[in-house]
Write a protein that binds this ligand. Structure first.
Ligand code: CU
Ligand code: ZN
Length: 182
């Protein structure tokens, strides 16, 4: 399996100084969509979509398991009847194969991975221009899912690589919810 593309590393260049007040989503995630279940991965996600079309993603999560990268996606349906398992595949309104955030060929829901530290915590910021809070393919109302494993971003050569990045079990989820400019 190939290593992750550089685009996923925390040192990626960010254009976080876009002008104008963003559309803002803020919501909690947890095991089986229950952020009060602190026995597993839980915490808060913020998304800010700016007028230039960039979406900034911030996360502050605890108890997320193994140190390393974890798959982080927008999935297709906010159905939690079977916990995070019933949220469907990656949000893919353009019928593409799975990929990394910086790839041309990717699902809209393929946002950058998160890095979990040795204490199980993850806090960071990334950006993306496809999974945004407005427009034809808005992710508002869609489920965000965190995985147990690393996402191979379509490069792993496994059968699952081109569909979901082989990121493994779904350890937390929640629904992208607007808090401003609704
Ligand atoms: Cu996923
Ligand atoms: Zn995907």
């Amino acid at each position: 399996m190939k290593l992750l593309a550089l685009a996923s590393l925390p040192a990626m260049a960010l254009s976080l100084t876009a002008p104008g007040s963003p559309i803002t989503a803020q919501f909690q995630v947890g095991p089986n969509n229950d952020p009060t279940d602190t026995s597993g991965c839980h915490g808060e996600i913020t998304m800010l979509t700016y007028a230039n079309g960039m979406n900034v993603i911030k996360w502050d999560l605890q108890n997320c398991g193994r140190k390393g990268y974890h798959g982080f996606h927008i999935h297709s349906v906010a159905d939690f009847s079977d916990g995070c398992g019933s949220t469907g595949g990656h949000f893919n309104p353009t019928s593409e194969e799975h990929g990394g955030t910086k790839d041309q060929i990717r699902h809209v829901g393929d946002i950058p991975q998160i890095y979990v530290d040795e204490n199980g915590n993850a806090k960071g910021i990334s950006e993306d221009s496809k999974a945004i809070l407005n427009g034809e393919f808005s992710v508002v109302g869609k489920p965000l899912v965190i995985h147990e494993g690393q996402d191979d971003e379509g490069e792993g050569g496994e059968e699952c690589s081109k569909s979901n990045g082989c990121a493994g079990a779904r350890i937390a989820c929640g629904t992208v919810k607007l808090v401003g400019r609704q």
